[in-house]
Design a protein around this ligand. Structure first.
Ligand code: TMP
Length: 203
């Protein structure tokens, strides 16, 4: 038996994290054994790398490799064992974030990201990815109202426009995996979309 791997993506402030907990609860209500996780993070080691990634100045290459190092630990210790046990893993961000932030936002080289992705988890991709989409200016307003900015959130609007475009490009390349969700919709409407989609995953 093999579980399902579901990821939530979007620029900071697009609203995805609000929905992750709710989604996991809905899966459980359907009798599905589901766990929530996040990236960077999800294991003790990866959470320590997350702390460094969100606070320490570093080069683009270091950032890229630390993201994948955290991901590798997360895959080995949590994601793969859970999927092998038939569980659903619902993850707040995964490698689409790397394509969007390190590739789009920082304009990192695509061939290096592709190479790292293939090495770290080439055979494993999410079964479903929900992309929460919002204009960068609106997302910035939401972030300003919500919390203190981390190292990524201090980037300017042009950075987040590039992140958004990179995300949309990825969604266009894999329409069967992605579901694009308009982050401006009321929470109830978004929940309805998510609820209706659960049954279709992996079928
Ligand atoms: P979070 O605030 O949604 O938990 O994500 C932390 C930050 O890490 C967010 O600004 C996006 C960034 N990030 C990357 O730049 N690349 C990645 O691969 C991942 C997983 C996150």
């Amino acid at each position: 038996m093999s579980g399902r791997f579901v990821t939530f993506e979007g620029i900071d402030g697009a609203g995805k994290s609000t929905h992750v907990d709710w989604y996991v609860e809905r899966l459980k209500a359907r009798g599905i054994d589901a766990i929530r996780s996040r990236e960077p993070g999800g294991t003790p080691l990866a959470e320590r790398l997350r702390e460094l990634l969100l606070t320490q100045p570093m080069s683009m290459d270091t950032e890229l490799m630390l993201m994948f190092a955290a991901r590798r630990d997360h895959l080995e210790r949590l994601i793969r064992p859970a999927l092998a046990a038939g569980k659903w893993v619902v993850c707040d961000r995964f490698t689409d974030s790397t394509w969007a932030y390190q590739g789009g936002g920082r304009r990192g080289p695509a061939e290096r990201i592709a190479w790292l992705e293939a090495w770290v988890h080439g055979d494993l991709q999410p079964d479903r990815t929900y992309l929460f989409d919002l204009p960068a200016g609106m997302a910035a307003q939401r972030r300003a109202a919500a919390r203190d900015a981390d190292r990524f959130e201090r980037e300017d609007e042009a950075f987040f426009e590039r992140v958004r475009e990179a995300y949309r490009g990825r969604a266009g390349q894999a329409p069967e995996r992605f579901r694009l969700i308009d982050g401006r919709l009321p929470i109830e409407d978004i929940r309805k979309i998510l609820e209706e989609d659960i049954a279709s995953i992996g079928n």
